[in-house]
Design a protein around this ligand. Sequence first.
Ligand code: SF4
Ligand code: SF4
Ligand code: SF4
Ligand code: FES
Length: 982
Amino acid sequence: MAKVAIDGIVREAQPDELLIDVLNRAGSTLPQVCYHPQLGPVQTCDTCMVEANGRLVRACATGVADGMQIATKSAKAAAAQVEAFDRILSNHLLYCTVCDNNNGNCTVHNTTKLLAIEHQKIPFRSKPYQVDNTNPFYRYDPDQCILCGRCVEACQNVEVNETLSINWEDPNPRVLWDGGSTIGESSCVSCGHCVTVCPCNALMEKTMLGHAGFLTSLKKSALSGMIEIVKGVEPETGYGSILQVSEAEESMREHRIRKTKTVCTYCGVGCSFDVWTKDRHILKVAPEHGPANGISTCVKGKFGWGHINSEDRLTTPLIREDGKFRQASWDEALALVASKLSELKSKSGPDSMAFISSSKCTNEESYLMQKLARAVIGTNNVDNCSRYCQSPATQGLFRTVGYGGDSGSISDMEKADLVVIIGSNTAESHPVIATRVKSSHKLDGQKLIVSDLREHEMARRADLFLHPKPATDLIWINAVSRYLLDKGLANTKFLNQWVNGLEEYQKSLEPFSLEAAAQLTGLSVRTIRTVAHMIAEAKSTCILWAMGVTQHTQGSDISTAISNLLLITGNYMRPGTGAYPLRGHNNVQGASDHGAMPNMLPGYQSVDDPEVRQRFETGWKVKLPSAKGLDNHEMVEAIHAGKLKAIYLIGEEMSIVDSNANYVGDAFAKLDLFVVQDIFFSNTCRYADVVLPGAPSLEKEGTFTSTERRIQRLYQVLEPLEGCRPDWRITQEVANRLGAGWHYQHPSEIMDEIASLTPMFAGVNYERLAGYKSLQWPVAADGTDEPLLYTKRFAFSDGKARLFPVSWIGPTDQPDFQFDLHLNNGRLLEHFHEGNLTYRTEGIREKTPDTFVEVSPELAEERGIQSGTWVQLVSRYGKVRVRALVTDRVQGRELYMPMNSVESPVNRLTSSHTDPVTNTPAYKETSVHMNVLAEVGESPLPRINSRFGHPTPQNGVEVERKWKRPDYAPPGNGLVQLQTKK
Ligand code: SF4
Ligand code: SF4
Ligand code: SF4
Ligand code: FES
């Protein structure tokens, strides 16, 4: 520890700490306009000047040293601070009372007060630029911009979208998008980082404007008049009394603006943030304290909340009668569901019914759904949509290391020496995880290997991009493993100490020579060898994968091969290492964790284990079925076979997200009873007999579990819309009408029950999850969690991992003469999956209005296609009509279709082939024929889509360029010791 004297009082500090952090910890009131702990030193504002050993320095850019003498309030320091802030005020009009940012957290307002500024020496000077309103979600007002550069730092080095810069050399510097485009036509992905960190009102969410303040909704002319009045009185009264008025207005706001913590409803990253609301109006999403994301979000979490107040929310139960739906009361609808389920149970037995929980719902809701199936109905026919994506990854980890979850945390991906991404378009599917990898790659020398069919953003950034032939990842992974073992580059010490099964595994690798692998994958021997050497040389490696791996007939085997490779290189058990199957939905991990699986009770406890069953039977006071139930895929087959008569499904758009959608729809049409619980009348509702209106995440309490096994609480932001009910309440009502006698008053009681029955969650309770606190399972009874798994042992009885041999079989569907093109599919940044939620946000719809099929430039030329040409894609299972987008993201005869369509869903084309181990559909093994239609429309992506922008990468805000301006001199009579950035 270093000892630092701050204004005469000695404090302890870490030797590598920034002085500003030590001062803040000591409770100092030092001004610091551009400093944000999550951005690090930006050094643009000069307000944090202190005297260190007699010299003026910026506290935000100075490391502590033992024995340092710091004066924060000396005459020299105080004068420099005021001078620096005076320059800031020359760039900003103080009209706080009529400003939507006057909410107690405006840095400019607070610093004016802190420094007791009464009059500014340098007058305000308007900048010769218009307000930019061209982004649907936020606006930039150059006149209010203090040029602190926080936004640039966030965009360049945290989000790493590299859109923003400041033209420091210009006589009138401002923030630029793509070096001078409008925001709307720039590469801005609307992630909102810049708006979140802006310390004043220069960047504001449009949902705040005219809504946050009492006087801010006035007409522009009235507002300008008021601003003029304020300016007029300032010379006489000074800022002190003007700020008093604005603070009175601000405290009135506190009574009507609610700030409630929630967890994002979209992807599995698990971003959490405060939602600011005024009545039902969502003012803004404010990320800051989330353990997974800090200040980060993507467009969906920051701005994609249009579904909450959408006019077409379901608000009343519906019953099908004579082929049409009619509105019904809750009482009637629930009575009908209960009586039909009861009737079927006695007539056809419990296994004639099945239950599908939602990975958009909470852990507590999934738990109740499987409890309803098992304890009330008496069947293990229960599943969730992890069947469609993540079950193979879970299987690969069960086989090799024991737990079916990411082996570490996002922070491990961040600190890894090497990240390997296989079959994951991370920048679009898990945007905030991608920011961490992009940032480490850009700033900290992390190496990146990407294997994918498409050259997406991560592929373009990679040090090495592999484009193997479709469905051949297992081959090159095994070839790398064999090469490492053959060449003595494996981690023998780790293998000897921690891993079983090496001999058999090594034998299984015999067919995977570099040459054979090169021939089958289309990669060169040199490329595969380079991968091997990069892994061998890296101090720590994380492998990230997603649906590009799992949605194959060998999804489980490829996942297993990945884990095997990590084991032979010793890339488990240490920070910065491990296996990261990136979970898609916000709570797809939690749905499986909490027992919505046909073979597992909560906590992955097998239904055929008598000891486990006994525990649940005692807890639930019922007899439980012991035979594995049907999974989603088997449910569809069982309906066609006449064995399954009823399904109760919550919040899944199964009729278009399951593969071979036409076949699934035909099955649903045959059901005697189909109950669908959702917040909108989805495509799946069209097949329902009863529709029950549930509540979205903002209208309920509960917990979600993210990809890093992180359990987080969401608090109720809004009352459920009249007529809707939180899903856990609905399930409880159904159960009670079937005689269950449940009495849960709050989801915390459900979690207490889960903890009492499930060793993996023994120490989970709502108190330990209060606010932004979180737990990463497994959680011991005393509340100890495991952010990094396997630090002491692997999760098998002998504590050792297991190498599990896998061989290559090949895909079920290959292009042939008739179906000559390979069709890949996946997610898109702006929309979540089919877009049932995200299309309800107007700005998202504006930027990304429709689906499309990506066609390579060479295929487009061969077939006479341009962006906007309508084509019909025909597979062995169905057809869709869609517009083409010509792009070099895809090559040759490989097509790509995002999933963002209810009208033309890609799953009309996919097959019913599955991974035999998990029954996960082989979505990625689809061959199609393309008919080019005569019609040519507009490009399916409008010019205002970020993909058409031109980013301007640079290292942060480049403050050195500001310091070189002829009119710049450090405040404090040139005594400043300038620091350069790290
Ligand atoms: S991408 Fe756009 S919204 Fe995100 S930080 Fe950059 S400029 Fe801001
Ligand atoms: S727009 Fe950017 S540079 Fe301007 S005040 Fe906001 S964060 Fe600072
Ligand atoms: S969609 Fe995912 S990355 Fe985006 S804000 Fe939500 S949790 Fe974060
Ligand atoms: S806080 Fe802005 S220069 Fe230090």
